[in-house]
Design a protein around this ligand. Structure first.
Ligand SMILES: [Zn+2]
Length: 215
């Protein structure tokens, strides 16, 4: 089977997102780009994640043309492809409808950076792309443009887009964004939120890159 491991990684990620409650039912979609061929593995449209088999994952080019697969690919395939075309550093995309981040997106408000983990991921508040209907080419182009070089973007009245150098990192970014969105929400209820300035975000990012994890 073509790209079996990457297909399995996509399924594993979708199941993780479901058990971590980042997506209800079959909402959200996940993809990974193969480093050698450049082809993309993406979740199929509207299929129960717990029943997915590797052959249900669709393989396509970044132009959206299907290379291999028996299913209809995710409705947000144009969005994934548009991001891959613009960002040569992105090899994994996680699109979720996680509750707190989506709530900020429903206010068309950027998520303020109030916690160090989120600061270490993004250097400034997570922007919200203007509203476009789900699955549309307009959404794909608007979001890919607004994402710029960031790791995450809110989609107005919709959800969150997180990207990374592989699907595991893109997914981890979805989790960090949701946690940051949740804490920012509660901090706002308490009152006078103190955001982390951009310069300190850059400092925290440097510290995370240099010191975090096992060498
Ligand atoms: Zn969506």
């Amino acid at each position: 089977m073509l790209m079996k491991e990457l297909r399995e990684k996509v399924i594993e990620t979708a199941l993780r997102a479901q058990s971590d409650r980042l997506i209800p039912l079959t909402m959200g979609n996940f993809s990974a780009r193969d480093r050698q061929s450049g082809a993309v593995c993406i979740t199929p449209s509207g299929m129960e994640y717990s029943r997915l088999k590797p052959e249900d994952i669709v393989i396509l080019g970044v132009d959206g043309n299907i290379i291999d697969g028996i299913r209809k690919p995710s409705i947000e395939t144009p969005l994934h492809c548009a991001v891959y075309r613009r960002r040569s550093d992105v090899y994994g995309i996680s699109h979720t409808h996680s509750v707190y981040a989506s709530a900020w997106a429903c206010c068309h408000e950027a998520i303020p950076i109030v916690v160090a983990e989120l600061a270490a991921l993004v250097e400034k508040p997570i922007e919200c792309a203007p509203y476009q209907p789900m699955g549309s080419l307009e959404l794909a182009e608007t979001a890919a443009l607004r994402l710029k070089n960031s790791h995450a973007l809110l989609l107005a009245n919709h959800g969150v887009l997180a990207v990374g150098p592989d699907l595991d990192t893109a997914y981890a970014n979805s989790v960090v964004v949701e946690e940051g969105a949740k804490i920012a929400y509660f901090a706002k209820q308490i009152g006078n939120v103190k955001v982390i300035p951009e310069e300190e975000c850059r400092n925290l990012r440097r510290i995370a890159l240099e010191k975090y994890g096992q060498k």
